[in-house]
Design a protein around this ligand. Structure first.
Ligand SMILES: *Cc1c(COP(=O)(O)O)cnc(C)c1O
Length: 273
């Protein structure tokens, strides 16, 4: 049984949010007692403050609750705050980190935890058909991604911040703060017609989908400028022809379904073609 918890401050979970949703062993017999708390950092590109992680971690240890981190994007938090991956991980019983997103490895994730947990996880992995032989090549690519790309992540954050500031300066209100490599802008909320946005994007040779704009250090400056041009053109159109959303029509995929790389560098793709 899983209890999803929405941060009451609108950006990150606090110990108080967790305590409000905690189900003790001697709680209501109709409910499943809380055994694991699972956090996510970054979530929506937002960095969870280390002080809050520390509070939650101490509370979990005192209450015999395991603490897991979905750290698919912990690299981005670490690159931005300077808090090392090791320093983040010490507060958790287990952490998963994704190698194939921001770091750019072709495949893979890492699970971190005590020896016994990893042994058990390996067993489950094999049982579910996830065993890989000759995994050395994948491991080599992963270590190159960590060694060579981690220091480049900040560039993606600079791109995102540039676009975030551009949106705000031009009257387009963002969905949430831009801490790392994502900008969340709901076209409909700023009265942009999604079809107009799609047409402007096509004209300017950028790939735009949903309400999450994802940035990568491999994006070119030209792609970033083309995205800004796209947003401005679509927004200016919306001032003349405000878009009225029809609730039942689902033109856009939700945040959780949208794809990772929204901004694609047109130059690179043309060269490859
Ligand atoms: C992508 C992602 C995962 C899964 O990562 P894999 O590398 O596919 O195992 C888990 N959590 C979050 C938040 C993600 O974005």
């Amino acid at each position: 049984m899983v209890t999803p918890v929405i941060p009451s401050n609108g950006t990150y979970l606090t110990l108080e949010d967790i305590i409000d949703n905690y189900i003790p062993d001697d709680g209501d017999i109709h409910m499943a007692p809380t055994k694991v708390v699972s956090l996510e950092n970054t979530i929506h590109g937002i960095i969870m403050p280390i002080d809050e992680i520390e509070r939650i971690s101490y509370w979990c240890r005192e209450n015999d609750v395991k603490l897991h981190l979905d750290g698919a994007r912990l690299w981005n938090a670490s690159a931005e705050t300077g808090v090392s991956i090791a320093d983040y991980c010490k507060y958790f019983d287990s952490v998963s980190l994704c190698l194939s997103k921001t770091l750019g490895a072709p495949i893979g994730s890492i699970l971190v935890g005590e020896k016994r947990l990893i042994e058990k996880a390996n067993h489950f992995k094999k049982q579910n058909g996830g065993g890989i032989r000759q995994a050395g090549m994948l491991a080599r690519m992963a270590s190159i991604a960590v060694d060579e790309n981690f220091s480049k992540l900040h560039q993606a954050h600079l791109y995102a911040l540039d676009v975030a500031k551009f949106c705000e300066a031009n009257g387009m209100t963002l969905e949430c703060p831009c801490d790392t490599n994502f900008v969340f802008l709901d076209p409909k909320k700023v009265k942009i017609n999604p079809s107009v946005l799609a047409a402007c994007a096509k004209k300017n040779d950028v790939k735009v989908m949903g309400n999450r704009f994802a940035f990568h250090f491999q994006n070119s400056l030209v792609a970033i400028e083309n995205l800004k041009k796209t947003l401005l053109e679509a927004y200016q159109d919306s001032l003349a022809n405000p878009y009225v959303s029809r609730g039942a029509v689902r033109l856009y995929r939700s945040v959780s379904q949208s794809s990772e790389n929204t901004v694609v560098c047109p130059e690179d793709h043309k060269e490859k073609k």
